[in-house]
Design a protein around this ligand. Structure first.
Ligand code: PMP
Length: 369
């Protein structure tokens, strides 16, 4: 028989197959975590187009970049995981929120870390289980690794308030935990990249030693270009040198060198003051469109006479809304209304448009009342 006869069929890794197979013209895809414009089309930021032209016109060579450089957010998470696995002096268990982005567990356990969950989402309030979160931080063995979504928590859209972050910081510090921030949506939560960086900057101010995985997939719309950054805070220039040398040793056998084109585009935007200002405006436009769609969905449900409280749709933040719909309802939405999203009730608000929000509200109303 074949060498691979015993390789089992794995489950599908994405949810777009059923959507593709549906021939209904007005089908709605709320599964993908990518921004869409109000016509439902993929969006390339004008600042990215300009930066790209500058990069192409500069006729740069295609030599290797430096070894350190991440392959988007996932690559940064993977480098961080490998580094922690090799060098973290304490227990190599990472605590992630329950729930979290589905890929977190896979990335961390494939890199050899043990993964545990801390309480985060309260399904009764469709909000933050702040008490549970604090209790779990305090209950974890001293010096544990804690992963936090810096903003726009995926999948729930539920973020701690600034006051709550301060309490989280205090509890983390009292236990001597190490904080690891995943920042995949900076600017998408509030429309303001500074506001969305609050938690991370506050932790640094408070003297936490942190590491950070950053993605430019969403806020620059550079998904397939794979642009990200891994950062780790060292205590001195000498320590930075040691850390840097070890990160190179880790990256070299994994993928040797990062891709250069998307990184050049991002760098052009971040380092050209006029382009940078333009980009900030475009991030805000994307965030504002999402915020508008949240309130339209809520008001449409209310107009239909829904007897449920949908205030979480507008209190949640970022690209996703956690509707509170169960798997049964999500199946019905797909089967009877051609509305596709994940079975956990998460919908990508970025897939809602002025055109489809009415039909979406009707579908949710018919399924849930
Ligand atoms: N972290 C979180 C929480 C995410 O939602 C994502 C994207 N879905 C990522 C990291 C990484 O994405 P990418 O590798 O495309 O930058």
């Amino acid at each position: 028989g074949s060498t691979w006869a015993n390789v089992p069929q794995g489950p599908p890794v994405c949810i777009t197959e059923a959507f593709k197979a549906d021939s209904f013209e007005k089908k709605i895809n709320l599964g993908v975590g990518a921004y869409r414009d109000d016509k439902g089309k993929p969006y390339v930021l004008p600042s990215v187009r300009t930066a790209e032209e500058k990069v192409v016109n500069a006729k740069l060579n295609k030599e290797y970049a430096g070894i350190t450089g991440s392959i988007s957010g996932t690559g940064a998470l993977r480098i961080a995981a490998a580094f922690l696995q090799r060098f973290y002096p304490g227990d190599k268990t990472i605590y992630i929120p329950n729930p979290s982005w589905a890929n977190h567990k896979a990335v961390f356990s494939d890199a050899g870390l043990k993964v545990q969950q801390y309480r985060y989402y309260d399904k009764n309030t469709i909000g933050l289980d702040f008490e549970g979160l604090i209790v779990d931080i305090k209950a974890a063995p001293k010096g544990s690794i804690f992963l936090f979504h810096a903003c726009a928590h995926n999948p729930t859209g539920v973020d701690p308030s600034q006051e709550q972050w301060k309490e989280i910081s205090e509890a983390v510090k009292a236990q001597g935990h190490f904080s690891f921030f995943d920042m995949a949506y900076q600017g998408f939560a509030s429309g303001d990249t500074d506001k969305d960086a609050f938690a991370l900057r506050y932790f640094v101010e408070q003297g936490h030693e942190v590491c950070l995985a950053q993605s430019f997939a969403k806020n620059m719309g550079l998904y397939g270009e794979r642009v990200g950054a891994f950062s780790i805070l060292g205590s001195s220039a000498e320590e930075k040198k040691r850390l840097d040398s070890q990160i190179k040793i880790l990256v070299r056998p994994m993928y040797s060198n990062p891709p250069i084109h998307g990184a050049r585009v991002a760098s052009e935007i971040l380092n050209t003051p006029a382009l940078y200002q333009q980009w900030l405006g475009e991030v805000k436009e994307m965030a504002d469109r999402i915020i508008t769609m949240r309130s339209l969905l809520k008001s449409n449900l209310e107009k239909l006479g829904s007897r449920h409280d949908w205030s979480h749709i507008t209190s949640q933040i970022g690209m996703f809304a956690y509707t509170g719909l169960d798997a049964e309802s999500m199946k019905k939405l797909a089967k009877e209304h051609s509305v596709y999203a994940t079975m956990d009730g998460r919908i990508s608000v970025a897939g809602i448009t002025s055109d489809n929000v009415g039909r979406l509200a009707e579908a949710i109303y018919k399924v849930k009342g």
